[in-house]
Design a binder for this molecule. Structure first.
Ligand code: HEC
Length: 142
């Protein structure tokens, strides 16, 4: 085999392993997100993400969960939520508990999980996006 051919094969190998590692990192984040969901969120939002009518909103199919406002989602995870505003046209009278101890990577994992579970197919959330969201929320508070 000529030297150039070897180089091509090495490069293809690197490319494929790169793709695979992106895939495994993503899977790992979702596994961790699932664990967090089961310990902290399932009790209210239910294992099928369907919520409880009039009490806890569904996460499955929710427009905000699948939407672009990551800063709002990060804020809800960190501070809890008790706004009693309409969510996809419905009101919920329970109050969501805060998660002040969740680290930035854990917040990325739980958001990636709820945005990619059940029928949801939104983008993954990265640690960088969580950091940017926290900075944005802080700036708003002042
Ligand atoms: C004690 C019950 C409870 C727990 C535990 C809980 N939630 Fe909630 N969650 C709620 C309620 C109730 C609301 C809506 C509050 C309102 O309308 O004022 C809500 C709202 C939300 C929303 C906004 C939904 C929308 O359509 O805008 C998201 C996202 C969310 N929760 C995710 C989570 C995640 C992720 C966890 C786990 C880390 C979690 N919740 C844990 C009860 C809970």
């Amino acid at each position: 085999m000529g030297n150039n051919k070897v180089k091509v094969f090495v490069n293809i190998g690197l490319f494929v392993s790169c793709l695979l590692s992106v895939h495994f990192v993503k899977a790992q984040n979702l596994v961790n997100g699932k664990k967090i969901f089961e310990t902290r969120c399932l009790v209210c939002h239910q294992s099928d993400g369907g919520g409880v009518p009039n009490m806890n909103p569904p996460l499955d199919g929710a427009s905000n969960v699948n939407g672009k406002d990551i800063a709002r989602l990060v804020k809800i995870i960190q501070n809890g939520y008790d706004e009693r505003v309409a969510l996809d046209g419905m009101y919920y009278n329970n109050a969501m508990t805060a998660n002040p101890d969740l680290k930035e990577d854990a917040i990325a994992d739980i958001l990636s999980f709820i945005r990619n579970s059940w029928s949801n197919k939104a983008g993954m959330v990265t640690v960088l996006q969580v950091k940017a969201a926290i900075a944005k929320n802080k700036a708003k508070k002042k």
